[in-house]
Design a protein around this ligand. Structure first.
Ligand SMILES: [Fe+2]
Length: 617
């Protein structure tokens, strides 16, 4: 791909797509793409392995060619082994073999903070021996990555030995945001549960350099704090935190005082946990069994139970107390994150912020950053969670180590699988499923007629999304105006907790008409208040507190999805569709086979894959 040196107009277009309400100041310009003119023909394969949401991403001459999570192939949520199928997919998309890859970047460095880890283990001998052993075994696997690559490539391990680059976990998170952002200079924050013994990292990104300013060591962790309360509220599985976020608006933050004894901010702009409320030692960290599933042990201590009551049992009803506790946990998390971010703003005096890590999946926090801190412009990648580590590790090698020129900002999450009409028809013939094929205009007419009548449609087009959110590539869509849409979706397909909201996909030109903030949100990474006058027009995507987790749809990035919403707009006057992920208690569908299987298992009214329509009628 040719570089875009000197293309200053492109910079402002990207700015607009990120939602900047005013042009950037001279002090902190957007990239001009002339910083580092060194050009390289370079292939870098990024890998997140032996960690939740294992994944791979490939860059060819600086350009992202493919990125995908292994769970999409394995059909097991958060699958955490070696991402063999993702690696093979990336190579296929790039049209190359293992021998063509210059660098294998893995987003993990077992040597990071080695002495601090050792000291911690010495000080905490009561920690579970098996948990320590599991972590050490896991670290050993990373150290012998060449054997894994050798196994799937047929090449000798020695071939890979000098090509493997280990990039520390949080540096990978930060790289996934900063090097993919449109910013020449930005403050950077990574916050998650824990990775390479770090839970939070702050840095400055400038050109091709990330300079780490400070970090917080395990076990002081906002991620662990949030997970402990998620467990206490009766949601024990890895990745359940979003349920607490969804429940929070049903409660009042009545327990902030109590929580201020559990987590507190520090004068250095960071925070600490009161460890007496958490299980001691290395117990409670995430471990991975033979099945490569992340398992989270209870993280709360008896002191936490004494203060907040016993953990809710799964079959136990959610009471107002649980909702108030969820609201309190969400509120103090917001306060803590804003403290970190605002302190960093004061320290750096920068206007641009790049944010990544599992806690950056908290779209309610993200939606309030602009109104609660001094940052003016924010970039959060589509895969801010651990799958994004594959992309971040590769970007770190590409820019920080190899000094490759910066590339245009990454504003598209569509980097996964894709299938042609012919491939889809072949599948349907083989399964003896009747179908019709239509041109877009007629097809979009039929789809919108179906949802206006209360139908639910599986929508499968283009490349699958990288990251946890369906963004109109693999989505289930419905009419956002229907007061009964939630019930319809829950009865026909999702069968999920009633307090979890569905999301609005909105044509980007109409955001200011419906939302109280006018930023664009390409990756559904922020929640904004919906204007009170509009809430009753789109009840199916309005949360109980009047907010919506929006996706702004750009004609240039998602042309078919845009056109579909536009067809609905012409018929109804509403430039919005209800969008929820195309799945049913499983990873988001990846292939036409997955989509067909989900359609047949559920009561979806219509399945649309590219130009092919399958209907129950
Ligand atoms: Fe992480």
């Amino acid at each position: 791909m040719s570089p875009v040196s000197g293309d200053t107009n492109r910079g402002s277009a990207q700015w607009s797509a990120l939602g900047g309400s005013s042009p950037p100041t001279v002090k902190q310009p957007l990239r001009q793409f002339v910083m580092h003119p060194k050009k390289l023909s370079m292939i870098i394969l990024g890998i997140n392995a032996y960690h939740a949401d294992s994944s791979a991403a490939i860059f060819v001459d600086g350009k992202l060619v493919a990125a995908i999570e292994e769970e999409r192939f394995r059909r097991i949520k958060h699958w955490a082994g070696f991402p063999e199928q993702s690696v093979l997919f990336c190579l296929k998309e790039a049209g190359i073999g293992f021998e063509n890859v210059d660098h294998f970047a893995i987003g993990r460095d077992p040597k990071a903070k080695f002495f601090r880890k050792l000291l911690y283990l010495i000080k905490n001998p009561s920690g579970s021996f098996s948990a320590v052993k599991k972590r050490m075994e896991n670290a050993k696997k990373v150290a012998t990555l060449e054997n894994e690559l050798s196994k799937i490539s047929g090449l000798a391990p020695d071939f890979f030995k000098n090509k493997i680059r280990q990039v520390e976990h949080h540096r990978s998170h930060i790289a996934s945001a900063f090097f993919a952002s449109p910013f020449e200079e930005a403050a950077c924050v990574s916050i998650d549960g824990s990775g390479d013994f770090t839970t939070t990292m702050i840095a400055i990104g400038k050109g091709n350099e990330i300079e780490v300013l400070d970090s917080v060591d395990f076990p002081h962790s906002i991620g662990i704090f949030y997970t402990a309360f998620t467990q206490l509220l009766g949601f024990p599985h890895y990745g359940d935190e979003y349920k607490v976020m969804g429940m929070a608006p049903y409660g009042e933050p009545k327990y902030i005082d109590k929580l201020e004894d559990v987590i507190y901010v520090q004068k250095n702009g960071l925070f600490s946990l009161n460890l007496k409320y958490f299980r001691k030692g290395t117990e409670g960290v995430i471990s991975y069994g033979e099945d490569h599933l992340p398992v989270v042990q209870p993280m709360y201590s008896n002191e936490m139970i004494e203060l907040f009551g016993p953990p809710r049992k799964r079959e136990e009803a959610l009471t107002q107390y649980h909702k108030d506790l969820a609201a309190s946990v969400q509120r103090i998390t917001e306060q803590t994150v804003f403290h970190i971010i605002e302190s960093l703003q004061k320290r750096t005096n920068l206007e641009n912020l790049c944010l990544a890590g599992g806690v950056a999946q908290n779209s309610v926090v993200n939606g309030k950053i602009k109104s609660h801190t001094s940052f003016r412009n924010i970039y959060i990648p589509a895969a801010g969670h651990d799958a994004g580590i594959a992309m971040g590790a590769a970007l770190y090698v590409q820019h920080q180590l190899l000094k490759h020129e910066r590339m245009p900002a990454n504003l598209s999450a569509y980097t996964g699988s894709h299938f042609s009409n012919e491939e889809i028809k072949f599948l349907l013939y083989s399964q003896k499923i009747k179908f019709d094929e239509y041109e877009d205009e007629i097809l979009f007419d039929k789809i919108t007629d179906c949802i206006i009548k209360g139908g639910v449609v599986g929508w499968f087009t283009g490349r699958a999304e990288f990251g946890p959110r369906a963004l109109g590539g693999r989505s289930i869509i419905a009419d956002p105006r229907r007061t009964d849409a939630k019930e319809i979706l829950n009865s026909k397909i999702k069968k999920r907790e009633s307090f979890r909201p569905f999301s609005p996909s909105i044509l980007k030109e109409y955001v200011s008409e419906y939302f109280e903030q006018t930023d664009e949100v390409p990756f559904m990474e922020k929640v904004f208040p919906i204007k009170p006058s509009k809430r009753n027009q789109i009840p199916a995507v309005t949360h109980v507190d009047g907010s919506g987790r929006l996706q702004t749809v750009d004609k240039n990035i998602s042309p078919r999805y845009y056109q579909l919403i536009e067809t609905f707009f012409k018929k109804t006057g509403i430039p919005i569709l209800l969008n929820t992920s195309f799945n049913e208690n499983e990873p988001i569908v990846n292939s036409p086979g997955d989509a067909l299987s989900c359609y047949l298992r559920t009561e979806m009214d219509m399945l649309v894959m590219e130009n092919i329509l399958v209907s129950r009628k």
